[in-house]
Design a protein around this ligand. Sequence first.
Ligand code: AMP
Ligand code: GLY
Length: 425
Amino acid sequence: MEKKNILIVGGGGREHAIAWKLKQSKRVGKLYAIPGNAGIASIAECVSDVKATDIDKIVEFVDSRPDIYMTVVAPDDPLAMGLVNRLNERGHRAFGPTKEAAIIEASKAFSKDLMKKYGIPTAKYEVFDSAEKAREYVKTCDIPVVLKADGLALGKGVLICTTREQALSGVKEIMEDKAFGAAGGKMVVEEFLNGEEVSVLAYCDGETVKPMPASRDHKRALDGDKGLNTGGMGAFSPVPMYTQKLKEKAEKEIFVPTVKAMKKEGRPFKGVLYFGLMVCGENIKVLEYNARFGDPETQAVLPRLKTDLLDVFDATIDGTLDKLNIEYSADACVCVVAASGGYPEKYEKGKVIDFGNSEKLATVFHAGTAVCKECGKIVTSGGRVLGITALGKDLKEARAKAYAAVKEVGFEGMYYRSDICSVGI
Ligand code: AMP
Ligand code: GLY
């Protein structure tokens, strides 16, 4: 069998997990990554001086390597910028949605309007392009209220306001001070939903949707869901409260209607569609869509996949997901993120990482890591540094194994949540 070489675009924990899983495939040969990180570099050739957003350079790279069979585009920015379109135009095979489909994540106003048009359950909302009108509205709406900048803002463009004063200053922050940059040209003001969050990532080939096992992310920086919103401080899978009954309901009311809606809009979605759900008693509503694998949810879900990941990617691109049986192990998986002191605000980089025995006890996915040019050691280079991940026969066992490995790891300023997978399960 001829082995296939694959390029992965991105350089976080999610991309390390994708590369690690692809490496287990009998069909996969060499891996490339742009830019990758120090962990990915142990299994792939990394082009670390090209950014994931430098789509011209990425297209050039793929043009120059006829051995690349497929490019997997993992992060939101290059998807929204149309990297998959550009690769397809040049005859290259790419995994991920086109920019026309990635808009489901890139514009919250688009996704809310889509849900309204097709009757997909979500929080009630209004869209504003003027701060004045938004202010008028929040003067009278129910409190708490949720404010969202329209565009991509690294998961940080969401403000949950528990007082009217906060809501008024939030409008100013998003629309006038442009705290989230260009993402704040438009904003969504929506009803606050009370409930339990679940993330469901699903492979979609434009027609068929194949949900992966559910997971849950812990978005706040500190134990007890205190502190600032982050990209995610840990994740686990499965989620016991997400019962078979809820799963069937979500499939019928949300997953299938969303994929049909995107097709009807002339934006067929091919890739991984991430459903951020809120379970409110008997009801399930969509909090957000992402047009990609979640981070760190991917680290908690991919280790459970038994089917060859390249077969799944091929079927997604070729529109044959309906013919593929995708299997998962019954094991549970827990991922704990080790972060740099100060993250998600200011933090220092370049701290030498001591891995101890962690790699013997668990799978250590690298996120913000690099090899120090002077000392040759692995050092920190981002806010979320490692995703320490373990499988177990149940969540309790997986959690114990993951934390045993976390205790082996150290770098100056390192912090982690000690309650990943111990609340709400
Ligand atoms: P989003 O980027 O839209 O997923 O928002 C980030 C986080 O804010 C979500 O994971 C939720 O924890 C929270 N959130 C967003 N929208 C709402 C809402 N309507 N009600 C309650 N919490 C929300
Ligand atoms: N963990 C949330 C996300 O990937 O957007």
